[in-house]
Design a protein around this ligand. Structure first.
Ligand code: SIN
Length: 244
């Protein structure tokens, strides 16, 4: 992950910077800015209760080819709170026992946006209820929210060839061939393990901060500890390959 302070980035400038690293992707579940199709606003209004990204995840791991990188820019930040935590899923993988690693390496997961974007998902009625995000509704989005894709639970980084934990209870519906109920204890254990203090970095935003991270190896979690204040970010994602 890379952090840059005190930037003045228009949506076009943020997108142009992201495009130096690869093709930009379009996020299917949020309305992009009118002025740029690859920049989505992530806004929590003072009256909203839920925040976007408030659970450990990598961005859109439920897509066939999830983004390789995310660039997040702080337009407006609360006076206090609203930090983002990042966890190193490769270091966490390295520290698992040989027995656990051998078991996990043979397993695939069924990943789906339905856990968060489906009719019963956390974000299902965020836009309607709170008007705090630009979450999209409509039939196309609800069909897309039910989609499923198979990825390994443990992926190998295409450039460094390091292995890392890739599954999470928010994007992985179940281990392939298992029920969700059977899968959850494993998913929960891995998340708990990966988010131990030694693997986690906390970033405190200031207006004009830009964070850029490798979405194939890092998990992140947006803290929701700034009730009554506004937080406004712009997000750009760079297209990645199919996890292997
Ligand atoms: C996200 O998960 O994409 C948003 C993270 C944040 O707002 O800190």
């Amino acid at each position: 992950m890379l952090f840059f302070r005190d930037q003045e980035l228009s949506p076009a400038a943020q997108a142009a910077f992201g495009a130096r690293f690869g093709d930009l992707d379009v996020y299917p579940f949020m309305q992009a800015l009118d002025e740029h199709p690859n920049v989505i606003p992530i806004i929590k209004e003072p009256e909203a209760k839920l925040n976007f990204g408030g659970g450990w995840h990598t961005d859109t791991s439920y897509l066939e080819c999830p983004p390789m990188a995310t660039l997040l820019y702080a337009v407006e930040v609360p006076e206090e709170g609203g930090d983002t935590l990042f966890a190193d899923a490769a270091a966490a993988w390295d520290d698992l026992s040989a027995g656990m690693r051998a078991t996990l390496e043979g397993l695939a997961g069924i990943y789906s946006p339905k856990i968060v974007h489906g009719p019963d998902g956390a974000y299902a009625d965020m836009a309607a209820k709170e008007q705090s995000s630009s979450a999209r509704g409509g039939e196309a989005q609800s069909t897309e929210a039910e989609s499923e894709v198979e990825h390994p639970l443990i992926r190998t980084h295409p450039e460094t060839h390091r292995k890392s934990i890739y599954c999470s209870k928010y994007h992985t519906d179940r281990i392939k061939g298992w029920t969700r109920e059977e899968s959850l204890p494993i998913l929960e254990f891995l998340m708990q393990h990966m988010t131990r203090e030694q693997y986690v970095t906390r970033f405190r935003w200031r207006r004009g901060s830009l964070a850029m991270w490798d979405n194939r190896r890092l998990f992140h979690h947006a803290l929701n500890d700034y009730q009554g204040q506004r937080r406004h970010m712009h997000r750009v994602i760079v297209r990645g390959d199919r996890p292997r």
